[in-house]
Design a protein around this ligand. Structure first.
Ligand SMILES: *Cc1c(COP(=O)(O)O)cnc(C)c1O
Length: 378
């Protein structure tokens, strides 16, 4: 008998409440019935995004919302600063390049703490209209200090756009309080939904840039989205079923309370880190910036990292993520976001121990589990 468990940084497991909502008969999207649903979603999203600004729902994966940010804020020939510390930071750079925007990249060594002084220096010497950053860099298991970044950008002419695709509803992001202008996210990570929705919040400061941009845009034109949103509507057919399910997920987050969700995810990550250390494994990210959404662990010498992940998945039904790009085969990643609890982590760790043991790695069986249990008891 086979049972499947998902501990990847998207898609994440779906709660039964979400599955139930997804199974409801479809309704028409331009009806008072659906308008009420959209209104509820709009309010719920503001709560999770911690903003009073509108949060627009796009029918795309998270990257669509990233593209919407780039296309709406900037025009070919403009420059933008990108804080780039992994695969997803690189995505901001690639998007800028695709739109003819000059990327001024601040390279952060993967897994290392970002030095905020570098941003201060770069901003002083730059005409950049936008600073692009990442809340949780999923590829390396690093959380960036968005509060500190926002503090620096707020006092400049530039707008701050943050990729919170894996971080939203997992790691605290005080959009309005910290002064984050654009926050983008997606449905399949902390929000516990299938992939297919992108989200974007837009501050007043950002609207000024959006209205100036001369980039050709149509489907992702945020001006159209804003106009439709004023009538509680979307410019095009929205992903009706996913929006219905979104409300079920937002209700769960609201019932838990955002603060409690952040605490839970943080504790799960702490349990994973503690277990890894007890097993004699090294964490990829520095202690000072380790993510609360995803933990990247170095594969020990002598173990085939790709085989480890594959065996856990194909033999035991437990899917964790391997390493991306230069970390391929060298790291594995375990998520601590969305609909996951302590016992899901314990389960994944027990499978990890089993497979590591079978692959000849030497450690005391149960030592990782014990370390995680001890964290979860606190
Ligand atoms: C998953 C992820 C993305 C990509 O989102 P898609 O929904 O696959 O387009 C971008 N940035 C980060 C930080 C992510 O974790």
């Amino acid at each position: 008998m086979r049972k499947n468990y998902l501990l990847t940084p998207g898609p994440t497991p779906l709660p039964p409440q979400v599955c139930e909502a997804l199974a409801k008969p479809i309704i028409h999207h331009r009806t008072p019935q659906f308008q009420a649903i959209l209104k509820e979603a709009a309010e719920g999203l503001k709560y999770v995004f911690q903003t009073k600004s509108e949060v627009f729902i796009l029918s795309s994966s998270g990257t669509g919302a990233m593209e919407a940010a780039v296309a709406n804020l900037l025009t070919s020939g403009d420059s933008a600063i990108i804080i780039e510390g992994g695969k997803f930071g690189e995505r901001w750079t690639e998007l800028c390049q695709a739109y003819g925007i000059k990327p001024e990249v601040i390279k952060v060594v993967w897994g290392r703490v970002f030095n905020i002084e570098e941003l201060k220096d770069k901003l002083k010497a730059s005409q950049a209209k936008v600073v692009f950053a990442t809340l949780c860099e999923t590829s390396t298991g690093v959380d960036f200090d968005i509060k500190a970044i926002a503090h620096v950008v707020k006092n400049s002419a530039a707008v701050l756009a943050v990729d919170a695709i894996s971080g939203l509803g997992v790691v605290d992001l005080k959009t309005d309080e910290w002064g984050v202008d654009i926050v983008v996210s997606g449905s399949q990570k902390g929000l516990m939904l299938p992939p297919g929705l992108g989200f974007i919040s837009v501050s007043e400061k950002a609207w000024k840039l959006i209205n100036q941009s001369r980039t050709p845009r149509y489907y992702f034109d945020l001006r159209l989205a804003k106009k439709a949103w004023e009538q509680t509507d979307t410019p095009f057919t929205t992903s009706v079923s996913l929006v219905v399910a979104l409300n079920a997920a937002l209700k769960m987050i609201k019932d838990d309370g955002l603060e409690n969700v952040f605490k839970r995810c943080s504790k799960l990550a702490q349990g994973i880190r503690s277990a890894a250390k007890a097993l004699g494994l090294k964490l990829f990210a520095d202690e000072g910036c380790s993510s609360r959404a995803i933990t990247a662990v170095n594969v020990p010498v002598g173990v085939d990292g790709e085989k480890l992940v594959k065996t856990m998945r194909d033999v035991h039904g437990i899917t964790i993520a391997g390493g991306q790009a230069e970390l391929k085969g060298k790291a594995f990643r375990i998520a601590s976001m969305g609909y996951l609890n302590e016992f899901d982590i314990i389960l994944a760790l027990s499978c990890l121990e089993k497979v590591l043991h079978q692959m000849g790695y030497k450690f005391e069986l149960g030592s990782g589990l014990k370390a995680a249990q001890e964290v979860f008891l606190t």
